[in-house]
Ligand binder design. Sequence first.
Ligand SMILES: Nc1ncnc2c1ncn2[C@@H]1O[C@H](COP(=O)(O)OP(=O)(O)OP(=O)(O)O)[C@@H](O)[C@H]1O
Ligand SMILES: [Mg+2]
Length: 235
Amino acid sequence: MLQINLEKVKKLDFRSNEAYKSLRTNIQFCGKDVKEICFTSCMPNEGKSNVSFNLATSFAESGKKVIFVDADLRKSVIVGRYKPDHGVMGLTHYLSGQNEFEEVRYTSNIENLDVVFTGPVPPNPAELLGSECFIELLQRLRVEYDYVIIDTPPLGSVIDSAIVAEHCDGIVLVIEANAISYKFAQRVKKQLEKGNCKLLGAVLNKVEVNGKGYYGKYYGKYYGKYYGNYGQDDN
Ligand SMILES: Nc1ncnc2c1ncn2[C@@H]1O[C@H](COP(=O)(O)OP(=O)(O)OP(=O)(O)O)[C@@H](O)[C@H]1O
Ligand SMILES: [Mg+2]
C-alpha cells in the first residue's frame, strides 16, 4: 500500500479528546454491524470533515483498523488541511476508471488509519457516488476494516450524502450549535429517512463551553447563505 505522512494533524486537547471517545463509544453501542458510517450536516461549514476525521483518528488510536474516505467530491478540504507530504491520487481517479484502488488508498503515519482522498472535482459527483463501482468499493472496505468513516457534503445543499448513506450502515448528522433551526434539522432528518439510511444520531458541534453551558438559540446567521452554491466557490 502507498504511504503518506499527514503533516498537520494536531493533537486534540483533553476535552475534545474525551468528546471523541464518547462519540466513538456511542457508535460502538450502535452494534457490531455498524461499521460504515457517513457524516453529513444541514449546511456547509458545520464541522463534518473535522468531526469525521477526528473520529477516524480516535477509532484508530483505540486499536481499530480504520479507513477515512473523503467523499466530498465537490469541495474537499482534507488534503489542504492535513497536508500529505506528497501529491496524492483520490477517489475520483478510481471511480472514473483512471486508477486502481490500490493507487488511491494510502496508509498514514497514524497507526491503524488508512485514507482515501477525493481527487479532482468531477462534473458528475452524485453519479459517481451512486455508481456500482462505489457500491462495490464499500462492500470491499466493510470486509477489510473495522470502521469506514465517510465524509460527505451537506445534505441541505446537495444530495450526495443520502446517496452514499444508502449503502452505509448509518449516518451521523453534525449540527453546529446556534446555527441551524430545529425545523431545518427536522427537514434534513426527514429527507434521510426517505432514503434507505439509518440516522444513528447527531453531533452538536462548535458548542461554546466557556459560558453558562449550551442553550440552543437560532440566530439564522448562515441560513440560506450557501444554499445551492455548494462546491461552486473555491474555499
Ligand atoms: N468543534 C469545533 N470547534 C471549533 N472549530 C471547528 C470545530 N469543528 C469545525 N471547526 C472549524 O469550522 C470550519 C469548518 O469545519 P469543517 O471543514 O470540518 O466543516 P464541514 O462541515 O466539513 O464544511 P463543508 O460543508 O464545507 O465540507 C473549519 O474552520 C474548522 O476548523
Ligand atoms: Mg467538509
